[in-house]
Every structure is written in C-alpha cells, then in structure tokens.
Design a protein around this ligand. Structure first.
Ligand SMILES: [Cu+2]
Length: 178
C-alpha cells in the first residue's frame, strides 16, 4: 500500500463529526454549476487532503473535469477510491471525469475526489482554500473549498435526504488494511 493510501485511510478512520455552518457557494462555468466544494482539516503533519464537490451539467453536451491546481498543494490530481478485495485503494483518473449532460456528478468521500498532494500548509477548519479546476470545455474555473472538521463526511448544511448515492460506496472500515 502506498503512503498516500495509508494516510488517507487513517484520515477516514477519524470518525468524529464536527459540523460547522458554511455558506455553500455556487459557481457557474458555462453549462456547469458547481456547489458544495469542501475539504477536511488535516491532522498533524498530513501532506495530503481530499477535495469534494458537486458538479451539475445543465447543458446538452458532455464536459470533462481534467485537472486542478492551487497554491495550497504541490499538485492536485483526480482520484477514484474503491474497495478491491477488502482493501481500500485509489487510482488517478488519467482521462478525467466525464460530466454528462443533464447529470450531476458528486465528488465525495469514498468515491471520486480531488487529491491535493504535497500540501504547503495544513488545512484548518473554517478555511476557504482557493483552487482552480480545469474542464475540457468550460475551461478553468476558480472556486474555494470550505474546510470542515477532520472527520466530516459531507459539507456542512448538505441535504442529507437526497443525492446520497455515494454513501453506498463508502468503504467498510472493518475491512481496511492499515
Ligand atoms: Cu486520492
């Protein structure tokens, strides 16, 4: 298991939930509407953090999230997390993430995420971390990630009743190898 997977796994194991009020920013870029961009506070010395957001494509043509960048991190990659034979793994999405017309794609813990690598400074709860996402058609889109508590599983104020498809993919911690 790579160091990245190990530290992400330990972040995921911190199960305390700290909800904070946050105003969900809505960012429009062409036909895309991006909401609920958030991240989690990094525990002592962690050099990586996940970034999560919801992208809705209101247009008639597909787009594709192909990358990201920000001063906060040496590198921002697009990853997918999944369980393989009881082990939580993640892999970079080399071809990006398709945002089909009329669909909403959610980057959330346990599934797709932005992976901020080589963090320049720790993320603190309440911070707003500016990042720039790059889409094939919509181009570069600036937004900020609202930093939640260390163990948060969703952005503050998120609608808990709808759009919870990703929760089904949440890894079962008992099967996780550390
Ligand atoms: Cu990752």
């Amino acid at each position: 298991m790579t160091p990245i997977v190990r530290s992400l796994a330990s972040i995921a194991l911190l199960s305390a939930l700290f909800a904070t009020p946050a105003s969900a920013e809505e960012v429009k870029a062409g036909d895309l509407v991006i909401t609920q961009a958030w991240s989690r506070a990094t525990p002592g010395g962690a050099k990586i953090a996940g970034g999560y957001l919801t992208i809705e494509n209101k247009g008639a043509a597909p787009d594709r999230l192909i990358g990201g960048a920000g001063d906060v991190a040496g590198k921002i990659e697009l990853h997918e997390m999944s369980m393989n034979n009881g082990v939580m793994t993640m892999r970079p999405l080399d071809k990006g993430l398709a945002i089909e017309p009329g669909k909403t794609v959610k980057l959330a813990p346990g599934g797709y995420h932005l992976m901020m690598l080589d963090l320049k400074s720790p993320l603190k709860q309440g911070d707003k971390v500016p990042v720039t996402l790059e889409f094939e058609k919509a181009g570069k889109v600036k937004l900020s990630l609202d930093v939640q508590g260390v163990g948060a599983q969703a952005p503050a104020g998120a609608d808990k009743s709808g759009g919870q498809m990703d929760m089904k993919k949440m890894p079962d911690h008992s099967g996780m190898k550390m």
